[in-house]
Design a protein around this ligand. Structure first.
Ligand code: MRU
Length: 356
């Protein structure tokens, strides 16, 4: 079963993190999963920005889509005769959405597309904004399905994979990026075993990824992040499959903290390291990983597990939540436009001749 149409994608699309009802944005609150399924309903753009900062919605594509609908909500407060006047009035709200999180480029990418839509638009600029937000969401789902098949085709039957963070339906419009490859690989009979790292400190792997996969009946196995190198050494994994928050012009890739350690360990053990991300995550304007702003979040995320304090009072903690994996540690970057093998400035340029 090697072609896209052979996969029944509906079987793998049970979770939706974002729903636009025409008036409000409904976000599945990822802070309380997997034990409670609650929605946060945003009726203005600042509520969307706040939800992004607080990780109600998270994952690079999902925050881009949410920000796009945030612009639609901001437009409710604007009276303008044409798109250019509307854009001027919307700039402060768009800046607040932009600043909600710094590392994932999908946020700026989505806002740029919304801004471009307004340039030169006439009296129907409002309708055009909604149409663009819908399109960003729809295109993301299609990209994920395409990448899923492309990535899975690189795997032999019987493959065992390890993934990190949450890159699934929860992090996207649906299906997922790295988790989309895993879903497609399972559907195509190529993946036998899925390990997920718990992803300290926010536990996206433990709280979200294994929950999502279990809903699809894919029987994931959770490991402590610190067990990954041992799993590789003992021959338990053939591919590491990760997502991305920003991919630079030379292939350096920012993703959830801990990804870099996995890539080093994979290289040491001769295991493939696959990055899966839509073109909206590729930032050809950022030359290399040194130029990426790495988000640091509050030490409290690290000093406790959930609401239970685990470190002594008064202890300091440093909490960078992304790291950069150098291109030379990456076997392949899978996008909906195709696969970049052995990423470098030259191989990235072949697929992305211009900024996307
Ligand atoms: O801090 P988060 O949970 O938003 O980080 C998410 C990740 O790092 C994902 O791996 C990345 O955004 C890709 S999601 C398809």
């Amino acid at each position: 079963m090697d072609n896209q149409t052979a996969i029944d994608f509906e079987l793998y699309d049970r979770v939706r993190p974002i729903r636009w009802d025409g008036q409000a944005l409904h976000l599945l609150d990822q802070r309380v999963l997997p034990f409670r399924e609650e929605q946060v309903v945003c009726t203005d753009s600042d509520a969307v920005a706040h939800a992004i900062t607080e990780l109600v919605v998270r994952g690079a594509p999902a925050i881009g889509i949410s920000a796009a609908y945030g612009v639609v909500l901001a437009a409710n407060a604007v009276e303008a005769a044409n798109g250019d006047s509307a854009l001027k009035a919307l700039e402060p709200a768009m800046q607040r959405l932009h600043d909600a999180r710094p590392t994932a480029v999908n946020l700026a990418w989505a806002l740029n597309r919304m801004g471009d839509t307004l340039h030169g638009a006439g009296a129907d600029w409002r309708e055009q904004l909604v149409a663009m937000a819908d399109r960003i969401a729809k295109d993301d789902l299609l990209a994920n399905r395409r990448m899923g098949v492309l990535g899975a085709q690189m795997m032999q039957p019987g493959t065992r994979v390890l993934t990190h963070c949450n890159t699934g339906s929860l992090a996207t419009a649906g299906f997922g990026t790295a988790l989309g490859v895993i879903r497609a690989g399972c559907a195509m009979g190529r993946i036998d075993k899925v390990y997920a790292g718990e992803t300290r400190p926010w536990l996206q792997g433990a709280r979200l990824t294994v929950w999502e996969l279990a809903q699809d009946g894919l029987n994931p196995t959770l490991i402590a992040d610190s067990a990954a190198a041992h799993l590789m050494k003992t021959g338990g994994v053939d591919w590491v499959v990760a997502g991305a928050d920003r991919i630079c012009a030379n292939g350096d890739t920012a993703n959830k903290i801990g990804t870099y350690s996995l890539a080093i360990a994979a290289k040491h053990h001769g295991i493939g390291f696959m990055v899966v991300a839509p073109a909206s995550t590729v930032d050809m304007n950022t030359p290399n990983g040194d130029a990426i702003e790495i988000e640091e979040r509050l030490p409290t995320e690290l000093l406790s597990v959930g609401s239970v304090r685990t470190a002594a009072e008064g202890v300091a903690a440093w909490n960078p939540v992304f790291d950069v994996t150098p291109a030379e540690l990456i076997t392949a970057i899978v996008t909906e436009k195709g696969v970049v093998h052995a990423p470098s400035v030259a191989t990235m340029r072949e697929l992305f001749p211009q900024d996307v």
